[in-house]
Design a protein around this ligand. Structure first.
Ligand SMILES: [Zn+2]
Length: 262
């Protein structure tokens, strides 16, 4: 069905509605991205939609190969399409560098870059919404890495705790596109969790990727490749991100026990 929005000075404009409007509309803004125009509504008093308890808890590891890997072994939102857009973006930026100032080719190259940025943003939002929805539907409690601590660790050491886990061999541009995705995802997850009455726990990510989920042995040698975890003490072998997600879940449940005992 067609939806119309009345804009001051313009009149009624037909829009494609991505999501139903809930609550009371407080502000309406119009934004342009390349050839596309967006109407953005912000609403107040959005009714909460608590979901029935599932009795299930989960830890999630945030990564690049998959946005989310769960302690149950699920890989959510493989952003391969995102990587493809990022590659096209890198090419478009090289093309731009070869154009002359003020030329028609330059204007075209700039428009193409803007369009690709918009596409990446939309793909990322879409993937983040789907992954977050999946998690709040299936789990009562979701433990995740505290990104503020993760970023501090990263900048303090000049590198990620385990090279290859968050850092791809890709260009800095690619990496920054993917990095920014975790913050966006966690904000979306927090919104959906609050609305659904789910509990989110942020844990210190220290050692979560180098600790063996089977025996607790901590060593960076446990992590031989980006995807492979192999414990040097008990020989436990697992997908590295699943192993990390299990550790994140345990850390989250431990924090919760402490909070409940207090
Ligand atoms: Zn072990």
């Amino acid at each position: 069905t067609a939806t119309f929005v009345r804009l001051q000075g313009i009149g009624h404009v037909r829009v494609h509605q991505h999501r139903p409007v809930r609550g009371t509309v407080k502000t309406v803004s119009v934004k342009r991205e390349g050839h596309r125009w967006y109407v953005i509504l912000s609403c107040e008093d959005v009714p909460a939609e608590p979901l029935p308890a599932t009795g299930a808890v989960v830890g999630i590891d945030l990564g690049v190969a998959s946005l989310v890997t769960t302690s149950d072994g699920d890989h959510l939102d493989n952003p391969r399409h995102l990587a493809a857009s990022a590659d096209r973006l890198a090419v478009a930026q090289r093309d731009l560098a070869r154009t002359k100032r003020g030329s028609k080719r330059r204007r075209k190259a700039v428009a193409r870059i803007a369009a690709l940025h918009g596409k990446v943003r939309r793909q990322r939002l879409d993937g983040a919404h789907k992954a977050a929805l999946h998690l709040v539907r299936d789990y009562d409690v979701i433990a995740h890495e505290d990104l503020r601590i993760a970023n501090m660790t990263r900048s303090a050491s000049g590198t990620v705790e385990t090279p290859g886990r968050n850092v791809t061999q890709k260009s800095g541009l690619n990496r920054s596109l993917l990095d920014a995705g975790w913050g966006v995802f966690l904000r979306i997850l927090a919104d959906k969790a609050e609305s659904a009455g789910r509990e989110l726990i942020a844990v210190n990510p220290r050692n979560t990727s180098r600790t063996c989920a089977a025996c607790g042995h901590v060593a960076k040698e446990n992590r031989l490749t980006q995807a492979g975890f192999h414990c040097q003490r008990c020989a436990h072998t697992a997908h590295a991100d699943v192993n990390a997600a299990i550790n994140i879940l345990r850390a989250g449940l431990a924090l919760r026990d402490v909070a409940q005992a207090a």
